[in-house]
Design a protein around this ligand. Sequence first.
Ligand code: NAP
Length: 290
Amino acid sequence: MRRILVTGQGGQLATGLTDALPARDFTPLLVGQPDFDFVDPAGVARAFAAARPEAVVNCAAWTAVDAAEDQEPAAFLANALGPAQLAGLCAAADIPLIQVSTDYVFDGAKGAPYDEADPPAPVSAYGRTKLAGEWAALAGNPRTLVLRTAWVHAPVGRNFVDTMLRLGAEREELRVVADQRGAPTAAPDLADAIAGILAVIRDAGWQPAHRSVFHAVNAGETTWHGFAEAIFAMAGGKRPRVVPIATSDYPTKAHRPADSRLLTRKLAEVFGVTLPSWEDGLRRVLAARG
Ligand SMILES: NC(=O)c1ccc[n+]([C@@H]2O[C@H](COP(=O)([O-])OP(=O)(O)OC[C@H]3O[C@@H](n4cnc5c(N)ncnc54)[C@H](OP(=O)(O)O)[C@@H]3O)[C@@H](O)[C@H]2O)c1
């Protein structure tokens, strides 16, 4: 197993995989829009056939959480129907599919970190469409593994780190939500974890226990406010005041889970894969931004 089809070229996680996969002796085959677009199933099938992959990592997704509230059918197409088609293609080729998913499948009301057996209950259109994608991917291919992550940031693309540094350079004071808990996850660390999972599947073979849901986030936890403070402390340079506010002070179109901490024990037990602390992940991303 060498040739890994990676969808969502140019996105945060797909970009991370371009480094992480070769480090484990895999060849990443990246596909993205406009050639690979879930709105065009024939094009998806063509790209799949041309790549002749031995495994697939689906990083392509509608990730605009607020916009999904008004455009749920379009988000459903990318986040559920797309994975359904990919699962069918992978089943026909008898190859593994890693479907990347999200902490937003939970409502955040548990009051403790979620494990994979906790019942999902999404509170947003994005969460609903991603949950449907998990089911479609698992139902459509005997060799599907769903990997839920959270609060992804990267040296490339629009993300919280990028937004904080941009706004922090312009303003003396930033107001940041302090009552949502989770684990910021560095795309390069998540990409390393995915490469590690694929290496186990390659070396030990696909096992029935792999057809399951796994959580993969950087270790530890914080709030958006704590994350913002850490960004400015580590980045150096101009440091704005970061004022803690409540979610209710910053209304957004989509509801977000208040506490979506994820337990990652299962990933460690089944694959021997762990991610570093979120602070180390942030350091890595800031260093790569230059
Ligand atoms: N970002 C987060 O905080 C976060 C949190 C939890 C889980 N996740 C999950 O992690 C995975 C990777 O996310 P990411 O942060 O790398 O996302 P990202 O940077 O937004 O990249 C998503 C990619 O998907 C592509 N895409 C969008 N619609 C598509 C369609 N209809 N057909 C084909 N490609 C399409 C985008 O292409 P264009 O750029 O051309 O639109 C982009 O390349 C996703 O499954 C996401 O749901 C992300």
